[in-house]
Write a protein that binds this ligand. Sequence first.
Ligand code: NCD
Length: 486
Amino acid sequence: MPERNMTPQSKTVTRHLVSINDLTNNEIECVFEVAQSFLNELGDRRLKYRIGRGKRVAPDSILATLFFEPSTRTRLSFESAMLRLGGSIITSADPATSSAAKGESLADSVRVVGNYADLLVIRHPRDGAARLAAEYAKVPVINGGDGSHEHPTQTLCDLFTLRQKHKSIRNLKVAISGDLKGSRTIHSFVYALARFGATIEPLPAPGMELPPHVDRRLREEFRSKIVTRAAEEGEAPIDALYVTADEPHQQSLFSGPEIDYERVMIEKKIDAVYVTRFQKERWSEKEVPYPKIDAAFLRDAKYSEASVMHPLPRVGELDAAIDSDNRALYFQQAAYGVPVRMALISLLLGLQPGKSLRSYETGFHKDRLPLYNQPKSSGIRCGNPNCIVHEPSESQYVRNRFHLVRVAGQCLLRCAYCEADRDKFVTANRRHMWYSFDTTLWSTDDEHAQKELLAFATEDDARKAGFHLRKNAPHGAAARKAHAAS
Ligand code: NCD
């Protein structure tokens, strides 16, 4: 494995954008300031959201787009952005015509292409692929969408669109509709919304709710406000369950006479409805019952001022009849891809006087979490079957690595690539050869004690590896019961 080259402490850092949480809120605002200055200076006079001219900001730089999945907006707006900056582009848009078709690993491809270009934009069907690329590339890697994990630059475009319309991206109320489980655009977007204090109302297609690990992060890490509809229509005059920022673990149902209806109605006014298509390439079902956003849906008073957004492409879930409605912002949202990506590229290359994303500020606390490096020979693996760690061509290049996350009195293992959590596992001690169900063993601040620990998916795996159940373990019986119940 190469040395990780993006720790906050290291002197020579290569800055990557894999997750929206790699940027601080200040850095996001900085990208927007630069994007706005490009729009002011280079905007098309007739269409104020369109960049119409260029400026020689990056004449000696090359951007490479390495796309292993279809794309129109992301790849072309990145390429347009680089060309508007006076730079050049090289592209590999079809995996069938690249060395991937011969079985080359992503880890090798990015090391090769990193010597041809100053910046890489990568799109890949596997969750966590962009993180793997960032571990190997010696130039900045930008995630252009990795499986159903994240799509951070789409989020920058989405937030920039909201900022143009609502003047601020703080404390918005946003409804998100469609395939919340498989849409990487949604995952990056809800993290960012939560960090800027938004209230989020999920409107998932049946069975397409936010993945449990995303939902948990929103509530527990980002202390987000999430509104969920009451299970039964007509069970109460109010259709909301609120999770408040102050008490993220407590849900309070507004059903009694003490409800402040006026407040609830005010709170129900929505600033934006964000729609996504069914991500059929990620699921075995090719069709499911799916919400359709049309004029009738938007007639509800709570949407009277709501911006209608979509990362596009749309395939029927957003009625074309509302294109002429002035709440429809999706084509502007796509157009903002150019100034936003111009800003990002120029900041990552250190070409903006007085501003830069080159030095690693703090990101959003991911790199402060301790890392557990799973030995190759045995132990737990990421539970997400679409994670890059399960890709046969990458098997020599990935390690099962997990961030140790302490939440609500337990410890979770969060895959360092796809960020899916494992909350049920067995902890073994290599020195004493016992195993236990107590995940809090990982919470120790003693590095040596932590290095003695191994994680297994099941008790059976721990036994097969020669470990025996720890005797007289504190919380042992309760922890075992909870583990068995899961
Ligand atoms: C999205 C993507 O690829 O995740 N498209 C985009 O980049 N604007 C949305 C989608 O494909 O549904």
